[in-house]
Design a protein around this ligand. Structure first.
Ligand code: GLY
Length: 334
């Protein structure tokens, strides 16, 4: 690890952390960092991926005399990576940053591809930009600091790669009955290969990259609707539900057989324990789906599977189809 933080040419180093990455991951970094640094800390969790937290980051950077030649290292999961990158990229019109993801979700998805941002007024990732970090360092040992629930949240994005792009990978994944941190390196590598391939062809999500959003139209809506409730879902849990819901829409559109839908749904429901208080209120979910960034002209455009390993983009979906998908999810939860 000692060669990974090269800060020689930077005026100072800001480590952006939350209380979890500070407690569990920072000590691992410090064993291998012999450079002076300043800590910038914000509270963890999606509900703090906000303008208020961003203001706290910028203020701490000012207090620590950050200048345009500073380097920010985002040590944390998707929230710290997205928000830390957003704050770094806009501070003094942009300082360099490095992503040091500490969760499976951020290792396999959010730390690469340059999407940065914060939630705003109840809408996910509404304010943000595309900008690549100087580097991303994946250190799978951080996974040992995660709860099983956090680990499984990240697995949803790994399952997604199989479902959208690689049926062989999917078949390999469904054989893993008990996901364990020590078996992750190959899965992370394969996931990153798939994401890299897609993002390099379409970095700004003009077309192909929308496949990475499979499961996220309904998933983001469920995540947002349940954000401050007892039915709170982790991002990956919401994406797992979203993938099943959107596969049900593929089934309604006769793009996918009932057998394939049920096989995937049964597998995913076995992997995730969904909180009985999670809310599936159709009008609220529909309104949130209308805010999805893939939409155009008030039409909801989703990325839907046409087979295991094949995803089609820009498919218009209707409120009635979302309602039936939500009914299917609720029926499977019982
Ligand atoms: N997380 C989806 C993407 O990076 O495009």
């Amino acid at each position: 690890m000692n060669e990974f933080i090269e800060v020689g040419d930077y005026s100072n180093l800001m480590l952006i952390v939350d209380e979890n990455s500070r407690k569990y991951c920072l000590p691992i970094i410090l064993q291998n960092l012999n450079h002076d640094f300043r800590i910038v800390e914000v509270k963890s969790s999606e509900k703090n991926k906000s303008l208020e937290s961003s203001k706290r980051i910028w203020q701490q950077m000012i207090d620590h005399n950050a200048d345009r030649n500073s380097l920010c290292i985002n040590l944390g999961g998707g929230v710290i990576g997205d928000m830390g990158g957003f704050c770094a990229s806009s501070f003094m019109r942009g300082v360099d940053f490095i992503q040091l993801p500490t969760t499976l979700l951020s290792m396999v998805d959010s730390s690469i591809g340059g999407k940065l941002g914060i939630d705003f007024n109840g809408f996910k990732n509404l304010v943000g930009l595309f900008k690549d970090p100087e580097s991303v360092f994946i250190y799978p040992k951080f996974l040992k600091t995660l709860s099983k629930r956090e680990l499984m949240s990240g697995m949803a994005e790994v399952y997604k790669y199989g479902l959208i792009h690689d049926s062989e990978f999917w078949n390999q994944l469904i054989k893993i009955k008990n996901v364990h941190t020590s078996d992750m390196t190959d899965l992370i590598f394969k996931s990153l290969e798939i994401k890299k391939d897609i993002v390099e062809k379409d970095p700004f999500e003009k077309g192909l990259r929308k496949v990475l959003n499979f499961g996220h139209t309904i998933g983001h809506a469920l995540e947002t609707a349940n954000l401050n409730t007892k039915g709170h879902l982790l991002h990956g849990e919401a994406v797992a539900l979203g993938m099943i819901g959107e596969m049900h829409i593929s089934f309604q559109k006769e793009m996918l057989s009932q057998k394939k839908l049920d096989q995937v749904a049964d597998f995913l429901f076995d992997q995730y324990e969904i909180n009985g208080e999670t809310m599936f209120e159709s009008e609220i979910i529909f309104r949130l789906c209308l805010m999805d960034k893939k939409n155009r002209n008030q039409k909801i455009l989703a990325s839907l599977l046409s087979d295991i390993g094949e995803c089609q983009i820009n498919i218009e979906i209707q409120q009635s189809e979302i309602d039936l998908a939500l009914d299917y999810l609720k029926s499977k939860l019982k």
